[in-house]
Design a protein around this ligand. Structure first.
Ligand SMILES: *Cc1c(COP(=O)(O)O)cnc(C)c1O
Length: 356
């Protein structure tokens, strides 16, 4: 059955183990394995869970429910919705938070469930997604949190690069460490987890620039695609091909490269643009925008060019290659593409365990 995404579990285990040891050798003593991109695929999740991570982390409570019985602590990455606090307390041991109102609600819910819910307080160092602004008067908030009997403040964290593209540096992570020091001093407490970001913080480890005191990272893309995301380099000795998309050719014809007739808008409301290359060999591959945006995938055969796509059809120029009807075309993908492909119910997940 096609389309399918082939997941090499041995390569996945290797990437996870290797990255975890690199982190542990650099003062990172807890690593959240961020599995949201797997969209609940249990075989892949098992592999990551058994490869050295300390916590299972996901943005969606649905995915944490699936791993309820796994032996590692679970972390909810996306700030909790007020409407799901009871599930958050039930299925997550730890959640990332930035809103006092929600933390108070979690406290009430934890009391009802007879639990202590752990939180990591998020600080915005400039990327402008979640978090308390770094130089605001956060001590007032911390004071209120510490008064909540069923909430345990176990650490602080930050998220960078995801929205504003702000790169983690020695300087901005030192700001996080200053926040840690001022909280610990003011309230005479210890914060166990100082979470210095996601895959985009790895470059600091590789270049020996990670400030001492950052002791946690939350890693997704680095594990799955073997890339760091601050400068978009491949990570030495990791696999970049844990995942491969295979899809099937359902039409193969020689046709012009320019459409015939008056041009309006395409199926997605965009005005398409064309380059005249004369008659070309065009193939239609059975995958489309309902599964993945074509800008998020890249044919492994360098001679193939993607022309465009609609909901269920991907058009490729195969003039320079030898394909026929029914052939399988292979693609690699970006992190966004992987997320879409894993989320699509129409893409079959095939697990292989080739010896690495
Ligand atoms: C997705 C996510 C991560 C992991 O990011 P990667 O770039 O995949 O390493 C870490 N933290 C939060 C809050 C996230 O939402």
């Amino acid at each position: 059955m096609y389309p399918q995404i082939i997941i090499n579990l041995n390569k996945l285990a290797y990437n996870t183990n290797t990255l975890v040891s690199k982190c542990r050798n650099n003062g990172i003593n807890s690593i959240f394995g961020v599995i949201k991109v797997l969209a609940g695929d249990l075989k892949s999740i098992n592999t990551v869970v058994n490869s050295g991570i300390s916590h299972i982390a996901d943005s969606r409570i649905e995915n944490l429910k699936l791993v309820e019985n796994y032996p590692l602590p679970k972390v909810l990455l996306r700030l909790p919705m007020l409407s799901i606090v009871s599930d958050v307390v039930k299925y997550a041991d730890i959640s990332l938070n930035s809103e006092l109102k929600i933390i108070k609600k979690l406290n009430e819910e934890a009391k009802l469930q007879n639990k202590i819910h752990k939180i990591i307080l998020m600080f915005d160092l400039g990327d402008l997604r979640e978090g308390i602004w770094y130089d605001s008067n956060y001590l007032i908030i911390v004071k209120e949190i510490l008064e909540l009997k069923n909430i345990s403040l176990i650490g602080i964290g930050t998220n960078l690069t995801c929205y504003g593209g702000v790169i983690p540096t020695k300087d901005n992570l030192n700001d996080l460490l200053s926040i840690k020091k001022s909280i610990e001093k003011e309230f005479n407490i210890n914060l166990d987890i100082i979470s210095g970001g996601n895959t985009s913080s790895l470059h600091l480890i590789f270049n020996d620039l990670l400030p001492k005191g950052i002791n946690n990272l939350r890693l997704g893309e680095g594990i799955f695609l073997g890339r760091e995301t601050a400068f978009e380099n491949n990570i030495d000795d990791l696999y970049q091909d844990v995942f491969e998309l295979n899809a099937e050719i359902i039409e193969y014809k020689e046709k012009p490269s320019l459409p015939r007739g008056e041009i309006g808008v395409d199926a997605f409301g965009n005005k398409p643009e064309f380059i005249d290359k004369g008659i070309i060999k065009r193939a239609i591959v059975a995958i489309g925008k309902q599964d993945v945006y074509h800008s998020n995938i890249e044919p492994i055969d360098k001679d193939i060019e993607i022309i465009g796509s609609s909901s269920d059809h991907l058009l490729i120029d195969v003039t320079k290659c030898n394909y026929k009807l029914g052939d399988i075309v292979k693609f690699k993908m970006s992190y966004g593409g992987l997320l879409q492909l894993m989320t699509s119910n129409y893409v079959k997940k095939v697990h292989i365990t080739d010896i690495v």
